[in-house]
Design a protein around this ligand. Sequence first.
Ligand SMILES: CCC(=O)SCCNC(=O)CCNC(=O)[C@H](O)C(C)(C)COP(=O)(O)OP(=O)(O)OC[C@H]1O[C@@H](n2cnc3c(N)ncnc32)[C@H](O)[C@@H]1OP(=O)(O)O
Length: 285
Amino acid sequence: MNKAEDTLKQMVGGSVTLDKDEKTGIAVISLDNKKKKNALSGKYTEHAGMLTGKNTDHAGKLTGSMMCELNDIINELQSWHTGKGLILRGENKTFCSGGDLNTLHNIMSPTQEYSISGFIGQSLQNLSQLPLINVALVEGNALGGGAEMAMSCDFMVMADNARLAFVHKKMGVITGFGAGTRLVRKFGTLKALEILASARTMDATECEQLGLASKILPHSENVLDLTKSWLHNYCDGDPKVVRNLKAMVVAASNLSLEDSHVIERTLFSELWGGESHLKAQKSKL
Ligand SMILES: CCC(=O)SCCNC(=O)CCNC(=O)[C@H](O)C(C)(C)COP(=O)(O)OP(=O)(O)OC[C@H]1O[C@@H](n2cnc3c(N)ncnc32)[C@H](O)[C@@H]1OP(=O)(O)O
């Protein structure tokens, strides 16, 4: 276990759960810290030799933090070879209110925060690079670190009353889990600067107009079921094809043109003459 993970594990409160549907190949990760609008992690506990947690529900129990649980789940999904899609969501009709302000208040050392943001940033990078087409289902608020988590998914689907805000500047910091880099790569410097430096709240309509949200759903309906149906449009078919397609997109976004072409050809040739390819060919003859 690395030092950042060790530190994070001592922050208790909330949980992250995984529900894998073998039939559809779609998994759902749910963030659950209802009392704190799904903020990430609780406080250090006295038990852990650090600060006294006032959160009596969790005091003294070293249950492992939400980010460590999320990291473990992402590792588990790396070996889910029949999986095709993933939805990241929050319980209680809200996505995530970011880092737990109480916890953040107690991490004042830049060195410690550098290593913690490295751990979280790597987890989110691993999430984005899973060979699963992944989507953040944003209901309610996605703020600060919550907005960064949403941004690490391939797609964002938002309820019509949802809001996204990179509030970091108002908190006296900047993004630290990779969303700043993602925003610049997606929009270029000017638009990314405008979003980050204004730290403004963007509603679902604006997110859709910007191309951040791919779909808006009515909040009064069962948005999880609607998101599963929406995602199914992209995950339909042979898992090998869906997974190679996603792997090719990941390679193209990270590697040089030449290296990415090599990966693309490799992934393509893996599928050539395969069951799905032969079946599709026969149906066209
Ligand atoms: C890595 C960088 C970061 O992520 S910095 C953190 C950025 N996040 C924020 O600044 C969000 C702060 N929270 C808010 O603005 C509001 O609580 C939001 C999420 C808009 C919800 O408002 P509202 O529906 O009125 O509920 P509320 O404020 O009464 O909150 C209910 C209880 O939840 C708590 N809560 C909420 N967010 C956090 C958080 N990030 N960390 C710790 N606790 C949080 C509130 O304090 C409140 O607790 P309590 O019921 O008063 O005990």
